[in-house]
Design a protein around this ligand. Structure first.
Ligand SMILES: [Zn+2]
Length: 113
């Protein structure tokens, strides 16, 4: 059982129920596909709203202290080949000169190309 069904897109009813892969609204009778958003992995976005994917290159947009040390990841540090993970720090990556660590997507910006 999931309690996170989205409201009806037609009438915004919250009494939506799920039948097989379809969502049904008892109030207006609307029926739609249990959608693209729910069910798939949530998108991870960078500080300006770009969607990040595994393998992207990002730059750090502010100095970040590495937890438990005096090391700082400097603003502008370029990090290649990120990997998206679940959790508070949703990017797993290897930072040049520092090593494997977790970053928060809100503190990075995707580098295009
Ligand atoms: Zn409805």
């Amino acid at each position: 059982m999931t309690d996170t069904l989205p409201p009806c897109p037609e009438c915004a009813s919250i009494y939506v129920y799920e039948v097989d892969a379809l969502l049904n609204c008892p109030e207006c009778g609307h029926e739609w596909k249990a959608d693209e958003r729910a069910g798939t992995a949530p998108e991870v976005r960078d500080s300006v709203g770009n969607v990040l994917v595994d393998g992207d290159t990002v730059t750090v947009i502010k100095d970040l202290k590495v937890k438990g040390s005096s090391t700082v990841v400097k603003v502008g540090t370029k990090v290649r080949g990120i990997r998206l993970v679940d959790g508070d720090h949703d990017i797993d990556c290897k930072v040049p000169g520092i090593g494997q660590m977790g970053l928060k997507s809100q503190f990075v910006k995707k580098v295009s190309g």
